[in-house]
Design a protein around this ligand. Sequence first.
Ligand code: PLP
Length: 380
Amino acid sequence: MKTGLIYFDNNATTRLDQEVLTAMLPYFTELYGNSASQHHFGLESAKIVDQARANITYNIGGSDGKIIFTSGATESINIALKGVAFEASEKKTKIVTCATEHQAVLDTCAYLEQIGFEIAFLPVDSMGLVSLAHAEQIIDEQTLAVAIMLVNNETGVIQPIRELARLTHHHDALLICDATQAIGKIPVDVDELDVDIMIFSGHKFHAPKGIGALYMKRGGQLAAYMHGGGHEYGIRSGTLNVAGIVGLSKALEIAIENLEQNTMHIKQKRDLLERKLLAIKGTRLNGHPDLRAPNVSNISFLGIDANTFISEMTFLAVANGSACTSAVIEPSHVLRAMGIDNQTAFGAIRFSLSKFNTEAEVEEVVSLISQYLLRVTPNH
Ligand code: PLP
């Protein structure tokens, strides 16, 4: 990386692992067959795709479900929600989700609401956690599916998916879990969580952009999303991205093999960063301090505007949660749902680390932020 640049925005996307790139390269240049073709090139591609399906299923703790390859989590979410909705019986018309979900879930639900489905929202507490007591009241016999993320992209908060699955299944509904920010960061076992459909995306764990998947438990039914040649069990037609699939499989394998070691490395840096930043007057942590992925820290800095901070400090890659729709900048919907006031939400910065970050970078970031704060909030 160019010197002087620090990348703490790994929840947005991650650097491709060299080993992943090496595994993918032959599938661009030598083994470039279409996996649906019957000749040598096609059969070689089909073989590696089958191996990737088995490897991915194994590494997420799946048993006999189906992996459907997609272009990423947004597409997987659309396939899952619309696929479940369009397969539903007339009695089941309600989808339960949560205000802190990713926009891909919220917007897909908004679309389904427009065409007649009922959408109900589970509230979260001030730490960002879904309340099981509310879930018990809201999930009912009309519920078709409950769509809840495992790890929140802005705060890293981990939702009680296993318990939500129990409540969901009690009413014969399906649990759709967006695990995009969980895979490769915390242990994930789809069977143990008892999730019906799990969603993930390669570029969040050092695979390339443009490849993702959803895992559907055995017996699950989804309406076709993309019509055409009948690929991916007829749900998502289109020639498979073989090199991407190889990359997804390899990146997941590396992430799972090194999960414990990477978690220790990342958490130590994240905790150091957090300790030092929270020691500065006028700062606060957003999200649960413990029930959280080890790589994320969402901190509000009183008296600063995170948008301005990011646009001035372009050599430091971090994120804020505010959405810029047309000319109006809205505070993060996640922080607002947690009851955080607008000013605190506008001052929130998300730091998301990866295995590639170092302690020296943490020290550098703390020093840069301290200098910035002295400049813009001299009275603190
Ligand atoms: N879900 C969550 C929780 C995310 O963080 C993201 C991306 O930031 C997505 C879904 C969408 O992922 P993709 O970029 O692969 O479409």
